[in-house]
Design a protein around this ligand. Structure first.
Ligand code: ADE
Length: 248
């Protein structure tokens, strides 16, 4: 079974490419895909690119052209839930699009013709990512919290405290209180839903989506995010490989 590992940032992907056995680079849809084996598991590594459409194209290509059968996403996000701090990790249970609004034709946040506002992640893969996140934060001796819950995606970098507060309040009032905000996850979830591909996602919190987000984000990305993502995915794939060896 081939597993896709989608990274949001080149910094996160670099360490994974270095761990690949027999790496092979393939160009498709204006993107680069890295094929190889990670701890005995066949993988395809790709960059999601930024925003919902770009991430959907990458995901569709992974499924249609490379035949991946499950998909893991690593990236960074802005923390907007109470108690979700810079350096924490959020494993997604579900995704909502905070910028979806086809009202009054469809209820606010509902994805037209899908009759739903949220797409759920695969439970077993999510549990495995949670375990890998906890284990790797412990081994890196980082006093961060691992959260599990709803993530909101939209084509907007949220970088004002007032906007983050309003976004959180509007979603919460509609019954979709999110822990974090980013720009790709819900699109990947929708494509995986269409193809019935199991999907799970982990995001490290790079900023609080507030007035200093534009400063915190690049600093975190270069200094911390790649170390986190590498440690979590390394641990996750090792466990995946052990479980497949046991036939689970
Ligand atoms: N990814 C990381 N931080 C973000 C933010 N503040 N808004 C949207 N996407 C993000």
């Amino acid at each position: 079974m081939t597993t896709a590992i989608l990274s949001a940032l080149a910094e996160e992907q670099q360490g994974l490419i270095e761990l690949l056995r027999e790496p092979r680079r393939v160009a498709r849809a204006g993107r680069e895909f890295w094929l190889g084996e990670l701890h005995g598991t066949p993988v395809v590594l790709a960059l999601s690119r930024i925003g919902k459409v770009a991430a959907a194209t990458t995901t569709t290509t992974l499924i249609e052209a490379f035949g991946v059968q499950r998909l893991i996403f690593t990236g960074v996000a802005g923390g907007i839930g109470p108690g979700v701090q810079v350096g924490d990790v959020v494993v997604a249970s579900e995704f909502v699009q905070h910028d979806m609004d086809a009202s009054p034709l469809f209820p606010r946040y509902q994805i037209p013709l899908y009759d739903r506002e949220r797409f759920a992640c695969d439970i077993a893969l999510g549990e495995a990512l949670l375990a890998a996140s906890r284990a790797s934060l412990e081994s890196l001796a980082l006093p961060a919290t691992v959260h599990h819950g709803l993530i909101a995606s939209g084509d907007r970098f949220v970088s004002a405290a007032e906007e983050a507060r309003a976004l959180h309040a509007a979603l919460s009032n509609a019954g979709h209180a999110p822990l974090a905000v980013e720009m790709e996850g819900a699109a990947v979830a929708q494509v995986c839903h269409d193809y019935a591909i199991p999907y799970a996602a982990v995001r490290t919190i790079s900023d609080r989506a507030d007035d200093s987000a534009h400063v915190d984000f690049p600093q975190f990305v270069t200094e911390v995010a790649s170390r986190y993502a590498l440690a979590i995915i390394d641990e996750f794939v090792r466990e995946l490989n052990k479980s497949s060896a046991r036939g689970v």
